[in-house]
Design a binder for this molecule. Structure first.
Ligand SMILES: C[S@@+](CC[C@H](N)C(=O)[O-])C[C@H]1O[C@@H](n2cnc3c(N)ncnc32)[C@H](O)[C@@H]1O
Length: 319
């Protein structure tokens, strides 16, 4: 069973929070001060940070008010989906909102570390007059545009043509060309980026949605997947993995509600339409088996702290 040991952050979550088992976790997480300390110790933000100070009380109230299902989740019984859907509804009931600008201040250091690691990958791209760059699940594509500008400004490409594959976005007037694998013919991409997307695709469809896209990577091209989480195989799940999933999914829900508030009315219906499950090692293996070309893979961690992201960088070999 493939296990990416270097990505095993889950034990660190349990240790930092001082939780040895599900019962201890319930006691500690329900206490606002402990949760606040835990989120800081886990490397999310500095003590006194706006987002941590705002999030800790609402999360601890949520945990206290949903003790039975969360305890059951930590024991591996209730599915994660039940928990984050309940959190979305709870945030709506409390009228919880964060100021996106201030939340960005918290997230920016993590995001910039990822950004620097991604730029290192971009600098290794073979020089091309025209770079064909596909954003998979790119939303409005602002980040892809930033990378495209970087390529041109640094002489790594004469020109970048930007394509987008995201079924929930209307690209008209954006300068981004809509692309889907079914309509695509022989189009190949020198660069494909999927940033924070795959954990929002249901596992049963992840590779069906993604591998047909990855297959359009040009020889010598680079495919970058950026994900958060722990890539331990599902049948080895331990208490620490459950705790990790609880922490990461709560933060993911809060980020999404803050930055794309229009997608969520914090109701049961919108919770139902929201999907979140971090990738497992098995899924990475299945995704890779669908590429259909020889490749080199680098796994790049962007810590410190458990909120660090992981970058999977694939280079399609020319042979
Ligand atoms: C958390 S957002 C990340 C947005 C962007 N990549 C970024 O880094 O800011 C997840 C994105 O995945 C997109 N998405 C969801 N299902 C998808 C699918 N089947 N194919 C492509 N994109 C999808 C959503 O529309 C959304 O834009």
């Amino acid at each position: 069973m493939a296990v990416f040991k270097q990505l095993d952050n889950a034990a660190a979550v349990a240790e930092q929070l001082g939780c040895a088992d599900a019962d201890a976790a319930m006691q500690l997480l329900g206490d606002e001060a402990t949760l606040l300390h835990g989120l800081t110790a886990l490397g999310w933000a500095a003590a006194g940070d706006y987002a941590v100070v705002r999030v800790a009380p609402v999360l601890s109230r949520f945990i206290c008010g949903h003790e039975a299902p969360i305890r059951s989740f930590l024991h591996g019984e209730t599915p994660l989906r039940d928990i984050y859907c309940a959190l979305i509804v709870h945030l709506g009931d409390e009228g919880f909102e964060l100021d996106p600008e201030q939340l960005l201040v918290t997230l920016r250091p993590h995001e910039r570390v990822c950004h620097e690691r991604l730029l290192e990958q971009l600098r290794q791209l073979p020089l091309r007059d025209v770079v064909h760059f596909l954003g998979f699940g790119l939303a409005r594509g602002e980040y892809e545009q930033e990378l495209a500008d970087y390529l041109v400004a640094n002489g790594l490409a004469g020109e970048v043509r930007l394509y987008g594959c995201d079924p929930y976005v209307d690209f008209s007037g954006s300068g981004i060309e809509e692309w889907t694998p079914s309509a695509a013919g022989e189009q190949q991409f020198d660069l494909i980026l999927a940033r924070w997307v795959l954990h929002h695709l249901e596992p049963a469809f992840r590779w069906q949605a993604f591998t047909p896209v990855a297959r359009h990577l040009a020889p010598g091209g680079c495919l970058l997947i950026l994900e958060e989480g722990d890539f331990r195989a599902a049948d080895e799940r331990r208490f620490a993995d459950q705790l990790m999933a609880l922490v990461l999914s709560s933060i993911d829900v809060i980020n999404t509600l803050t930055f794309v508030a229009e997608w969520h009315e914090k109701s049961a219906e919108s919770a139902d339409a929201y999907y979140l499950q971090h990738l497992s090692a098995d899924e990475i293996a299945v995704i890779e088996s669908g590429f259909g070309f020889p490749f080199e893979r680098q796994i790049i961690e962007t810590g410190p702290g458990v909120f660090g992201q992981t970058i999977f960088a694939y280079r399609r070999l020319s042979r």
